[in-house]
Design a protein around this ligand. Structure first.
Ligand SMILES: [Zn+2]
Length: 373
């Protein structure tokens, strides 16, 4: 039986006392993480020995008895244990890299925690009263609650810059086999003008909230820059800006989820280009930089949703001449500029829309590859 992990994210409303407890736990889990990371690095440097979760967990009990660390007792065991488990994962990766011959770099120390995870021993959720429970906080109210199904693995509590609290409830679920009866195969080309164009000629426009928000963010940034650093007005302006950034992020995520789900449900195969996002030109325009993030996030969604919805995702190399090649006869137009939105093929006289033609080429390339294999 195949299982997948799935996270359910909800906004939560901890009261003042609970918030105080959470701050203590944010701090405690950071201190514990860094303390044992430091010890492990020292042990490795002096004796080339590794240590792991079990060594640390045992030592943690002793550590809490030391005078300067007794405050750690205020934090729940679950978050401290999870912090050690996270360190264990990071530390194992570090050793795996050494074995692979990759230049080793120790895991990083935590500077600031804006989220903490609780292992399933110290958290639960209630089906009846729409709340979650953390061992030292008690019951916390949850907004728009839907009961997660599956085996509870852990919960992550986070606080955004604008002061909103969230929980991500991570569960392990049985993978239900979705029968995809579609036979359609589609190639997609992402771009600046339209968010994407597919080989059938369908376009998804960039959501217009991007441009609107671009202007709003710039205005808020200007307002912030005029405020005296550290003043109350400066704090208010920062909060406003943080809220706006979070709003864009959530609208963007919704947009990407809707469109990726639709595509994998409607198609049996989707061909995409392997974008080198990190290598893309750094651009200071907000709308553009959001688009860069969006494409990589969109392709990530397509890939994992493709598995769930029985839709194959095929990537083609990013050096293929997808816009310059006529999809009808294979003629390659070398002198094409970025502004040319459509062109007539000198060889076969087809009238080609730049983006649709590219999407068709992406599909053909992906299908060719299938025949070779
Ligand atoms: Zn042609």
């Amino acid at each position: 039986m195949t299982t997948i992990s799935k996270a359910y994210k909800f906004r939560i409303y901890p009261n003042k006392t609970q918030q105080h407890q959470l701050y203590v736990e944010f701090a405690a889990s950071k201190v514990v993480y860094n303390y044992f990371l430091n010890k492990s690095i020292e042990l490795y440097n002096s004796e080339k020995k590794s240590s792991n979760y079990f060594d640390w967990a045992k030592e943690l009990t002793e550590l809490k008895k030391k005078e300067e660390y007794t405050w750690l007792q205020q934090a729940s065991n679950g978050c401290l244990q999870q912090s050690l488990k996270d360190l264990d994962v990071a530390y194992k990766n570090f050793f795996r890299n050494i074995k692979k011959g990759v230049k080793p770099g120790f895991p990083n120390f935590k500077k600031f925690n804006s989220s903490i995870r609780y292992s399933n021993v110290s958290c639960k959720y209630s089906k009846e009263n729409h709340k979650i429970q953390l061992s030292k906080c008690g019951w916390i109210n949850v907004a728009d609650y839907k009961t997660p199904f599956g085996k509870l693995m852990n919960m992550t509590i986070s606080k955004t810059k604008s002061g909103k609290w969230f929980v991500a409830i991570c569960v392990e679920q049985e993978l239900k086999k979705y029968v995809n009866e579609s036979v359609s195969e589609v190639g997609i080309d992402v771009g600046i003008k339209s968010f994407l164009v597919d080989s059938n000629g369908d376009k998804i426009d960039n959501p217009n909230f991007l441009k609107r928000q671009d202007r709003k963010i710039k205005r808020l940034q200007r307002q912030l820059s005029k405020k005296k650093i550290g003043s109350n007005n400066c704090k208010k302006a920062k909060l406003k800006l943080a809220k706006e950034h979070e709003k864009i992020a959530s609208q963007r995520t919704n947009f990407l989820h809707q469109n990726s789900t639709k595509l994998v449900k409607e198609n049996k195969l989707i061909a995409i280009e392997d974008l080198n996002i990190s290598g893309m030109v750094k651009n200071h325009r907000l709308a553009k930089s959001i688009m860069d993030v969006s494409w990589s996030e969109f392709f990530r969604m397509l890939t994992y949703k493709g598995e769930r919805y029985d839709c194959e995702i095929k990537k083609i190399g990013r050096f293929e001449p997808t816009s310059k090649k006529c999809n009808n006869c294979g003629y390659i137009k070398l002198d094409m500029t970025l502004n040319e939105r459509s062109w007539i093929c000198p060889q076969c006289n087809s009238i080609l829309d730049r983006d649709i033609n590219a999407a068709k080429n992406i599909l053909s390339l992906a299908l060719d590859r299938k025949e070779v294999v």
